[in-house]
Design a protein around this ligand. Structure first.
Ligand code: UDX
Ligand code: ADP
Length: 473
């Protein structure tokens, strides 16, 4: 641990962030907001995305995050700029954050497990080419352990070339993993549980610590070596995902025995050693991180000769897929073993509430399975676009016997359906007037509630049947 953190001799004035996605966009917005003296340029190869970040209509920002629009309206054009001008933005920067996508590899060695680092490598090469003077490079993307080494090697090779050509460029590499959760990104960034900075160059570490000190108390900023920082991010996500698989396994147990998952979760969570967070049973975890990070752990465990460790973490993933399959099979069973030609509404397509992100959303697998069985789906989500859903469903399955359409509201989705399946806990799905909604549906209709948003007493006077995850019926 690096403890003595006085003022850094390195003064940061200009920051560049490569990657204007769910991590880069909100993170840089909050830094710009809290550090008005810094000039921050966020660059992305995706011109459409940059145009959306620059749109004067804040409803058209490329990502939806509560509170983001207000911060953008304060900072954009003041000290926060979005552009596709890679060379200029990198050249002038004292510190460069790399915040590009690192999806799971789809082919080659480690396919299906290891992360595809091509975007990261391309970014490091751009930094090596265009940077000027001494530059601190900060890895922000979720990455497998020892990726900083790869970045260092690319930068050092470039450095040797530069020295030959008498160009002066030097680099320090830091790891500063992001712990924000989508839907609460602004709150998480403004009030982080901790900020983690890994690195070996104390001056570079101090320079980054000084930025965070603008709003984060010193005791919440942890400085470690590079590898601890990288591994901590993977391990934190694996632990969180493991809790979800644990509670989901108990949800199936509750349905089988008559126990109630809400009561069990409350009872477990009141034990201070366990804590009450991340105990909501649901259709399985989605999002860009959990699955990818566990796959990375599994891959690396195998690589380092630790098959038992690999099997242990793999089980968390297997349980997650099993939970999604289980829900689809329950729908099928309750609808007399066939959904062919039946109308089913899906409420919620994003992987969680308050985001328009659908990466690894349980809705994709469950909707695709129903479509393969010939169901006629009407999908409603307050923030996910038609284009996004179409791409997700097309990528997941090519064997759809059914059809789907996008609904414009909850009543529109429920018109004439045999069942409604609630997959995301959007605020507007709570406290619905099921008495009037029931009249839109075909009787006898089912509600399948996987997020515990429906109160059983609210359907007592209707003809509706209710199945709740972790409760049954
Ligand atoms: C996660 C981590 O929380 C965050 O620290 C990291 O930086 C990125 O990955 P995110 O994926 O955005 O964040 O959202 P999170 O709130 O963790 O939810 C992930 C998934 O787990 C969602 O599908 C959510 O619905 C599900 N979940 C979460 C549950 O099913 N039950 C819970 O109790 C909590
Ligand atoms: P995350 O959730 O990690 O932020 P996203 O996919 O939302 O992931 O965002 C990553 C962004 O990085 C994308 O907008 C993508 O276009 C951008 N990107 C990928 N490679 C590069 C690159 N070499 N230079 C600039 N931007 C890049």
């Amino acid at each position: 641990m690096i403890n003595s953190l006085n003022m850094s001799p390195i003064k940061i004035r200009k920051i560049c962030c490569i990657g204007a996605g769910y991590v880069g966009g909100p993170t840089m917005s909050v830094i710009a907001d809290r550090c008005p003296e810094l000039e921050i340029r966020v660059v992305d190869i995706n011109k459409e995305r940059i145009a959306a970040w620059n749109d004067s209509d804040l409803n058209k920002l490329p990502i939806f995050e509560p509170g983001l629009d207000q911060i953008i309206s304060r900072t954009r054009g003041r000290n926060l700029f979005f552009s596709s001008e890679m060379k200029k933005s990198i050249f002038g920067a004292d510190m460069i954050f790399i915040s590009v996508n690192t999806p799971t590899k789809t082919k080659g060695l480690g396919a299906g497990q290891a992360s595809d680092l091509s975007w990261l490598e391309a970014s490091a090469r751009q930094v090596a080419k265009y940077a000027n003077g001494h530059t601190i490079v900060v890895e922000k993307s979720t990455l497998p352990v020892r990726t900083a080494q790869a970045i260092k090697e690319i930068l050092n090779t470039a450095n040797r070339e530069n020295q030959k050509n008498k160009i002066s460029k030097t680099f320090s590499v830091l790891s500063n993993p992001e712990f924000l959760a989508e839907g609460t990104a602004i709150k998480d960034l403004e009030n982080p549980d901790r900020v983690l900075i890994g690195g070996e160059d104390p001056d570079a570490v101090k320079a980054l610590v000084n930025i965070y000190l603008n709003w984060v108390p010193r005791k919440q900023i942890i400085c470690t070596n590079l590898w601890s920082s990288e591994l901590s991010k993977l391990a934190a996500n694996a632990f969180l995902a493991q809790r979800i698989s644990s509670i989901n396994s108990i949800s199936a147990f509750c349905e089988a025995t008559g126990a109630d998952i809400q009561e069990v979760a409350t009872a477990i969570g009141m034990d201070k050693r366990i804590g009450n967070q991340f105990l909501c049973a649901g259709p399985g975890f989605g999002g860009s991180c959990f699955k990818k990070d566990i796959l990375n752990l599994v891959y690396l465990s195998g690589y380092f000769g630790l098959p038992e460790v690999a099997n242990y973490w793999n089980q968390v993933l297997l349980l997650n897929t099993w939970q999604q399959d289980r829900i689809y099979k329950i729908v099928l069973e309750k609808l007399f073993g066939t959904v062919g030609g039946k109308n089913i509404a899906i409420l919620g397509f994003s992987f969680k509430a308050n985001t328009n992100d659908t990466r690894e959303s349980p809705a994709i697998r469950i909707a695709s399975d129903l479509l393969e069985e010939g169901a006629l789906l009407s999908i409603y989500d307050p923030k996910v676009s038609f284009k996004r859903i179409r791409e997700d469903l097309e990528q997941f399955s090519s064997n759809n016997q059914g059809t789907w359409k996008m609904a414009s509201s909850i009543p529109d989705a429920l018109e004439n359906v045999d069942a409604v399946l609630i997959l995301t806990a959007w605020d507007e799905f709570f406290g619905l007037d099921w008495n009037s909604l029931a009249s839109l549906m075909r009787s006898p209709a089912w509600i399948f509630d996987t997020r515990s948003v429906v109160n059983r007493k609210d359907i007592e006077d209707t003809s509706l049947n209710l199945w709740k995850l972790g409760e049954g019926n």
